[in-house]
Design a binder for this molecule. Structure first.
Ligand SMILES: [Fe+2]
Length: 403
């Protein structure tokens, strides 16, 4: 699959990041560990020279895992040596790069799991990777958080880490809205399918319908129907679809069509962020979310709201599609040099997702984090939270379309 990289590529690439952005230019007598690794493990940095084709990464059988381990060990040691020998002023100048390298590695820890899930899904032996299945469960009723809106501020603030794309903090106007207090479940998605959801053109964006037809979509990515029973490939095996768990591995197009079918809409990213603040959950560290540290590696049931909050599943479970295009915030400028390619150049033809997922390292979930994927991407662990208020009327209530 062109979007999926092998595990060893992720492990080598995050090391390449430290070698490139930290060691080169700062390590006395720097030389790359291996010239060809420079070419193999550059992901997308045009200003750093040519690189190996992404869709072909899975064809590269060497270096093997052992050699990648040697590469990682070598660069780790050199980074340690560098940090130990720098004076305080020089170290301070490199702190932001080192911290970015850690967060970059966390991004790839998550991607590694998403990618190996896809690889294993193509294996007819249905291998089990890790995690334990959740007990069979039914959905809780969906509630709503009412939000007044108005002139609000969104974007990162404070001294903590953020990616450049979370800045600058800025004002945004929000009309009154409601946000669902949990994610859309498998049971609800089954109703959508049973109601012809994938076959009804009136529910779909034109581009989305074209993908449905071209790729034969009729259910979320990892669902297969056997003798009238829907099964789902997970990292802990292929299991009957559990009705009370959040639907996962749906594209933006499917999320949007589902919301239309339900007479609702997707939230904007500003609505998502502001609602989480209003609900008192700005600090992800205290969310108790289903993130990778719980080692479920799969979204879990909504469960009761805790600590007086209304919104459930805010951090963890599934990345939540928003209706916001991934564009620069007002006043955004990518940093100079190759590192400026990290986020800014992808601000076209992608949609923003918020919240984190069951594969996200806990220190990597953040109120203002802007994840992004193309509209048709399904292999990321993505799900749906509905919004309302200012929503278009349900399809049945719409006046006849005028040509
Ligand atoms: Fe990367």
């Amino acid at each position: 699959m062109p979007d999926v990289s092998p595990t060893k590529w992720h492990r080598a690439h995050v090391t390449w990041f430290f070698e490139t952005f930290l060691l080169e230019g700062n390590e006395p007598g720097f030389a790359p560990f291996q010239d060809r690794y420079w070419f193999l493990f550059n992901s997308y940095y045009e200003s750093l020279g040519p690189r190996f084709s992404r869709p072909d990464r899975g064809l590269v059988t060497r270096p093997g895992a052992h050699d990648v381990g040697l590469y990682r060990g070598n660069v780790d040691n050199r980074v340690r040596d560098l940090v130990a020998t720098l004076d305080e002023g020089s170290l301070e100048k490199l702190t932001a790069t080192i911290e970015l390298g850690f967060h970059h590695e966390q991004q790839h820890q998550e991607l590694l799991l998403m990618d190996i899930k896809h690889v294993l899904s193509r294996n007819p032996l249905e291998p089990v990777y890790a995690g334990r299945p959740h007990e069979h469960c039914e959905p809780d009723p969906m509630g709503w958080l009412e939000v007044e809106g108005g002139l609000v501020e969104v974007g990162h603030e404070g001294d903590g880490f953020s990616f450049d794309n979370e800045l600058p903090r800025h004002r945004e106007w929000l009309e009154p809205y409601r946000l669902a207090d949990r994610l859309v479940t498998n049971a609800e998605w089954l109703e959508f399918i049973a109601d012809g959801g994938y076959r009804r053109p009136e529910l779909w964006l034109s581009d989305g319908l074209a993908r449905v037809r071209a790729e034969g979509w009729h259910a979320p990515l990892y669902w297969v129907e056997h003798d009238g029973v829907w099964l789902e490939h997970t990292l802990h095996g292929t299991l009957p679809v559990n009705p009370g768990l959040p639907v996962a591995h749906v594209s933006f197009y499917e999320a949007e069509a589902y919301a239309t079918w339900a007479g609702k809409r997707l939230p904007t990213e500003g609505e998502w962020e502001h609602a989480v603040v209003v609900d008192g959950q700005a600090d992800a560290a205290h969310s108790g979310g289903n993130l990778a540290d719980l080692e479920h590696y799969h979204p879990g049931p909504a469960g009761p709201a805790v600590d007086g909050h209304r919104l459930r599943q805010v951090y963890g479970d599934c990345w939540e599609w928003t209706s916001s295009a991934y564009h620069p915030y007002p006043g955004f400028h990518p940093p100079a040099g190759a590192i400026g390619e990290y986020n800014g150049k992808f601000m076209s033809n992608q949609m923003v997702l918020r919240g984190g997922c069951a594969l996200t390292p806990p220190a990597h979930a953040r109120l203002t984090y802007r994840n992004f994927f193309p509209h048709g991407a399904r292999w990321a662990l993505s799900g749906v939270r509905l919004a309302d208020g200012g929503a278009p009327p349900a399809p049945a209530e719409r006046p006849e379309a005028v040509a």
